[in-house]
Design a protein around this ligand. Sequence first.
Ligand code: LMR
Length: 396
Amino acid sequence: MFEPIERVPGDAILGLIQQFKDDPNPNKVDLGVGVYRDESGVTPIMRAVKAAEKQLIDDEQTKSYIGSHGDPEYGADVLKLVLGANSPVLAADRASATQSPGGTGALRLAADFIASQLPGKSIWLSEPTWPNHLGVFSAAGIEIKRYPYVDDQNQLDFAGMLAALENIPKGDVVLLHACCHNPTGFDLSRDQWQNVLNVLRERELLPLVDFAYQGFGNGLDEDAYGPRLLAENLDEVLITQSCSKNFGIYRERTGCFIAVAKDTEQMENVRSQLAITARENYSNPPGHGSAIVATIFNSPELDQMWRDELKVMRNRINDLRKQFVAGLEPHGLADRFAYVAEQRGMFSYTGLTKAHVERLRDEHSIYMVGSGRANVAGLNADNIEYVCNAIAQVVK
Ligand code: LMR
């Protein structure tokens, strides 16, 4: 029965992890998969996370199931983190949190929910977007459509995006990146979010906001501007969230699917469906990551420690962006790559072509995604000049 099954290439982003590992070049640089790296190239366990884990070893009483919606304390914490502690949406009790196995698990919950409860609706993704968005939504049988996001000068194409949104059929779903757009790093300004809100409202579109990098752009609250604006001004909003990145607990798969409805009654109806969706997928989410997050939020001291550590990570990335552009100055390339300093989050759409990316890998052992996406956090004082020189060589 298995004879006709063909072998397929693996995931392009995750595949880079192995390619990098196998490269014997001591000067190799990993700008591939979206994990944070510190100055020494390590993806550290945050001190607040370590402290919470120590506490959990002593305090945790059971490893029994936490239920299809996950840990209620974690859910309440995430709602406050995402929507704001004083959110009118929370005061009105119209938001529901369903803990998920990472942000990807939240996306799959969203996809299955749309497929089963809003049949026939297409989802509109930015061009470009995180490649796995296409995989997750097509796996759930949802038709995928695209709206433009970046122009051929490698700048945010907001006019093109808005014009496309204005023509989307009523009731379709639009996926928006809350901040730190993956793969481009181009984020919407507050005015642009307001414009998007107006079109969503006029066209009666359902926003699905992917919020995987809260705290990596301009700050925890600053990065939440878009999702909060939509949740406070629209009856219905879906948000997929991740603590995997901003707590550095990638492998603990710690995310959340938030459904905002018109009122408590409708929210509870939606929520009841999500319990079934989760049950049919994986039954109950994993519990360790959510226990870490809840423990941190439960302690003012650990909470502050976590916020401070996240700030260090954010500032490091934003500094590296400036250093990268400065490092290209002697090559006469600072203007060409000036947008890298303006982009936000871990990723930069460098504007490098697939051919450039291949040469960087083959001739310099520098690894990035074929689209030209670089993980800025992979740069450090030891490799930034090497990377800038190599880029100068391949683009000239
Ligand atoms: C990335 O885009 O590199 C990250 O979101 C990791 C992943 O799962 O692809």
